[in-house]
Write a protein that binds this ligand. Structure first.
Ligand SMILES: [Zn+2]
Length: 265
């Protein structure tokens, strides 16, 4: 288990001591991928940065980062994401390559995206090693979260996209990859994966996105534009996930009760 230092303060308010199990990805979001018979009650964390999948039966949490007041504050933004990921009332966009969703609280959804990558960055849990925002961005995002300030369209811009699966294969998409740092046209960003095949690009760079992405970023339009990423089974994400799960199944067969799979630091 993690050691809580007496002097460590909540990373958000910097007043209270961390006193709760702060989930990096909200339990409510994890529940959306929960319940398929194959992995009932268990979660397997996989990511490019992990040498092997990590078991986290109740999700990844960190006792050393947040106080309950601040965790509850971020919980409001989590709720916006939980509601968003369950929406199915997509309208086709005239471009043919995207759908739209109306009546979305852009501010809360963007604060969720910022808070998720921030939590992934400040935790020392190994499955989130793929995200390290650096001190400047960690501190800037913490300020914005404290003030419930989602910034303008160029601050931590969010572009939302989603894979698809044929109806008979929807269970194939009941996984979530951990966030990972990436680059697009030289701009630094974090790829964020959410239940129901969402992939969000969250810009962590003072330079703006190119015009085409800028105008579809969260908050640029009244509606939320969801880019269609095509069939999930043809994506590199599916390949990573598939390989990890197949590898893990073998190991589970060998050592079904091996507690060492419940890694902690
Ligand atoms: Zn706090």
């Amino acid at each position: 288990m993690e050691q809580v230092s007496d002097r460590a303060l909540c990373r958000l308010c910097q007043i209270n001591q961390p006193n709760i199990k702060a989930h990096i990805m909200a339990e409510g979001l994890m529940k959306l991928i929960h319940g398929q018979p194959k992995y009932d009650g268990r979660f397997i964390m996989v990511g490019k940065e992990l040498k092997k999948p990590v078991r986290r039966p109740t999700g990844s949490y960190d006792r050393t980062i947040l106080c309950s007041t601040c965790d509850n504050k971020l919980g409001e933004y989590d709720l916006a994401a939980i509601e968003f990921c369950q929406r199915a009332d997509f309208k086709p966009h005239p471009s043919g390559v995207a759908s739209t969703l109306s009546d979305v609280d852009h501010t809360k959804l963007k604060l969720f995206a910022m808070s998720y990558i921030w939590r992934a960055s400040i935790t020392s849990l190994s499955e989130y090693d793929g995200v390290s925002l650096g001190e400047r961005h960690e501190s800037k995002i913490a300020d914005m979260l404290r003030n419930s300030d989602a910034g303008n369209v160029d601050d931590y811009s969010v572009v939302i996209s989603r894979f698809t699966l044929p109806e008979e294969r929807t269970t194939w998409g009941m996984h979530v990859l951990n966030p990972v740092t990436n680059r697009l046209d030289g701009i630094n960003l974090v790829d964020v994966y959410l239940p129901n095949l969402y992939k969000w690009k969250v810009k962590v760079d003072s330079r703006p996105f190119k015009k085409e992405l800028r105008k579809i970023s969260l908050g640029a339009l009244n509606e939320v534009l969801v880019l269609n990423m095509g069939d999930y089974t043809e994506s590199k994400e599916f390949t990573i996930m598939h390989a990890a799960i197949m590898g893990d199944k073998k190991r589970v067969k060998q050592k079904v009760n091996d507690k060492s799979l419940l890694t902690s630091r």
